[in-house]
Design a binder for this molecule. Sequence first.
Ligand SMILES: Nc1ncnc2c1ncn2[C@@H]1O[C@H](COP(=O)(O)OP(=O)(O)OP(=O)(O)O)[C@@H](O)[C@H]1O
Ligand SMILES: [Mg+2]
Length: 257
Amino acid sequence: MTRILAITNQKGGVGKTTTGVNLAASLAAARQRTLLVDLDPQANATMGSGVDKRALAATVYHVLLGTKRLSEVRARSESGGYDLIPANRELAGAEIEMVELEHRETRLKEALTEIADDYDFILIDCPPALGLLTINGLTAAHAVMIPMQCEYYALEGLSDLVQTIRKVRGHLNPELQIEGLLRTMFDPRNTLAQQVSAQLLEHFGAKVYRTVIPRNVRLAEAPSHGVPALKFDRYSKGAEAYLALAGEMLNRAQAAN
Ligand SMILES: Nc1ncnc2c1ncn2[C@@H]1O[C@H](COP(=O)(O)OP(=O)(O)OP(=O)(O)O)[C@@H](O)[C@H]1O
Ligand SMILES: [Mg+2]
């Protein structure tokens, strides 16, 4: 059974892409067949996977507009051990160009049916907005993974996101679940972070991953080398945290079966 997860938070810079790349690499290290879909015109997941966004003839943009199939744009992250559906800046245009098209919210979902069976996990790295690209991600997914920094405004942003998830559930994807909330860039010495973390546990209980991703410079350095932290510094706190997250996810999935 393929599990499709949209990594979403409309707040920028909370660690969505870092989670996409490093979780994909960690799942691959656990022998899971994994695909990472870059759904952000910034294409950070593409570059972070070691694929040059400037050298791509076709990307997810062409898939969304219906001129290519996913199998035709699929690339390989050699450094990460997973497959990648790459993006580049062109994707920014899709947000507008898709408005004219039929079934504009379900284009990624439909495209994924062609290759979903090839994978155990498909991770979708969404852009920091709740526009049509993110809606495509949420519509294609079984569940949402929400990375968040434990800051003052984090909970407020979360209620917007939960509302969007409800809307998508109502109209487009009735089965959509919240897979989990992931605390990122966590600093346990920060009192505010501790407070927000406690509130998060109170509101969302078991939906909050026990694994916490610490602030770790290796996670920030690895993308400039086009590799996940696992390849850059296997024993860094960041690489180990994402390996632990993959383990937690696999254990949860096993417990559910
Ligand atoms: N745990 C971490 N420790 C240190 N730096 C991190 C960590 N997670 C992410 N970063 C850094 O923080 C910045 C934002 O992270 P990232 O790009 O993953 O966030 P994002 O949510 O995908 O951003 P955007 O909303 O722009 O897509 C990046 O420079 C990244 O390298
Ligand atoms: Mg990102």
